[in-house]
Design a protein around this ligand. Structure first.
Ligand SMILES: O=C(O)CCC(=O)C(=O)O
Ligand SMILES: [Fe+2]
Length: 221
């Protein structure tokens, strides 16, 4: 069988319709088994190799001028993805299928994706936050893919999700199990990564709008 058979089965694969329906209904979606295990394994192996090479950095908060390191808010380490390996290209193809499906059904105008590997060591966390506010960074839709095979519930590391920015009651908690994809509206859904007792591997990504359009059409004078 062609080595991309997994990918062809996975994209389409019945996940996208349910995912979009959940996004419309509640602003977030949890899709277990979204990515095939073969792809999850390849991605985790790459994350581990790049970590060995020292390519991960303590995660920052914010972008550009307001970029700062703040271990009180989060303590994971991250490494940006590039389309430099087959596995990363396959991840990007999955996300391209999601982008097209979301744009077709929800007219969200998702334009480009930025994504990074993240490793939360034992005790690492990311406190409750929104991924975007008032369009500050152009992030519209957030996605997270978990890369942990054999994850045990008692290890912790769940993603806690609230239903709206000011909510006090939790909507759900997601186990960071291999192949599960979570997607949510970046400006609307607060979330928090709870500390785990084991290393927790993931890819987090953000679809952004096309920030350059206005500049091109109506250059500032
Ligand atoms: O790893 C997760 O479950 C979520 C990560 C996250 O919230 C982020 O990187 O902004
Ligand atoms: Fe986040």
């Amino acid at each position: 069988m062609h080595e991309n058979a997994d990918l062809v089965g996975g994209v389409g694969g019945g996940h996208l319709d349910g995912l979009i329906e959940s996004l419309v209904r509640q602003g977030f979606a949890v899709s277990p088994g979204f990515a095939p295990l073969s792809l999850v394994r390849a991605l985790r192996k790459e994350a581990m190799e790049r970590d060995q090479l020292g390519e991960f950095r303590l995660a920052g908060i914010g972008r550009r001028q307001d970029h700062q390191k703040d271990t009180r808010v989060r303590s994971d380490r991250t490494c940006w993805l590039k389309s430099e390996t087959l596995a990363q290209c396959q991840w990007l193809e999955h996300m391209e299928a999601l982008r097209l499906a979301v744009n077709q059904s929800l007219y969200m105008g998702l334009f480009e994706l930025e994504s990074h590997f993240a490793i939360y060591g034992p005790g690492d966390y990311y406190q409750r936050h929104l991924d975007a506010f008032n369009g500050n960074n152009g992030r519209l839709l957030s996605v997270v893919l978990y890369l942990n095979e054999g994850w045990q519930s008692e290890w912790g590391g769940r993603l806690r999700i609230w239903p709206e920015p000011d909510a006090t009651s939790v909507a759900t908690e997601v186990e960071p199990v291999a192949g599960t994809l979570v997607a949510f509206l970046s400006e609307k859904i607060p979330h928090e990564v709870l500390a785990a007792t084991q290393e927790r591997y993931s890819i987090a990504g953000w679809f952004r709008c096309n920030n350059t359009t206005a500049d091109w059409l109506d250059p500032p004078r």
